[in-house]
Design a protein around this ligand. Structure first.
Ligand code: PGA
Length: 250
């Protein structure tokens, strides 16, 4: 199983390093015990110093943001090449919180995927409907629309990617879709991927209020190869419960 710890902006630069220093051996033990892949997505500033500390580690690093451009006059952006140099091997794409804040146009998602692929960084591509789309029964249409954007990117570049189903209304809310809804969504995504003739992801993830209380139901669906964990990933004991319990339920 693969676990993406999205630290968002919960931990400062120093708190990120402290978390790793304090929990380094526990994290290693957890990953080894469950033969898990753990990708930590910290604050962008913490990437390089964490990478230096993780030289001998099996834990991977991911970026929360990346530029759709290779280089140039793009104030405030971070290029994929620098991310590799900072020790990054994964990057989130189309996360709802970024999309909402920056009103991402489709070209941004396509550009990011292309730049990441060019640097062999694995994109963790988030897809998921908004609360309104969910209420109005348009979840599957929303997913199709995003997969159409992805197909444009995949027509330009070969890339191995992870696909994370993250319904916007489930992020940070303690609500999750039901097992039935998840099953319907997974079926829909796999069939649209086939129809569009785009490469299948290396793994399907679920994200949105993954906690020790929700992991048992999520795991029992047997639908996912891993989880994208926000708030619950900044506390080692909580993360440990999620990893241990999800493993048990499979
Ligand atoms: P959450 O966040 O686990 O805090 O709901 C998930 C995410 O946004 O990646």
């Amino acid at each position: 199983m693969i676990y993406i710890a999205n630290w968002k902006m919960y931990l400062t630069y120093q708190a990120s390093l402290d978390f790793y220093n304090t929990n380094q051996s526990n994290l290693e033990r957890l990953v080894a015990l469950h033969r898990a892949t753990l990708v930590i997505c910290p604050s962008i500033l913490a990437l390089a110093p964490l990478a230096a500390r993780m030289k001998e580690s099996s834990i991977k690093l991911g970026a929360q943001i990346s530029s759709p451009h290779a280089s140039g006059s793009y104030t405030g952006q971070v290029d994929a090449h620098s991310l590799v140099q900072a020790g990054c091997s994964y990057a989130l794409v189309n996360h709802n919180e970024v999309r909402t804040l920056f009103c991402n146009p489709d070209s941004l998602i396509i550009g990011q995927i292309i730049q990441l692929a060019n640097r062999n960084i694995t994109p963790i591509i988030c897809v998921g409907e908004s609360a309104d789309e969910y209420q109005e029964g348009r979840s599957l249409n929303a997913l199709t629309a995003t997969l159409n954007i992805l197909s444009e990117a995949f027509s330009q570049v070969n890339v191995s990617y992870l696909l994370a189903y993250e319904p916007t209304w489930a992020i940070g809310t303690n609500c999750t879709p039901t097992a039935q809804e998840l099953s319907l969504v997974k079926q829909h995504i796999t069939s649209v991927i086939q129809v569009l003739d785009i490469p299948s992801p290396m793994g399907y993830l679920y994200g949105g209020s993954v906690t020790p209380s929700t992991i048992s139901m999520l795991s029992k669906t047997n639908l996912f190869d891993g989880y994208l964990i926000g708030r619950a990933s900044i506390d080692f004991q909580t993360l440990e419960k999620i990893v241990s319990w999800s493993k048990e339920a499979v």
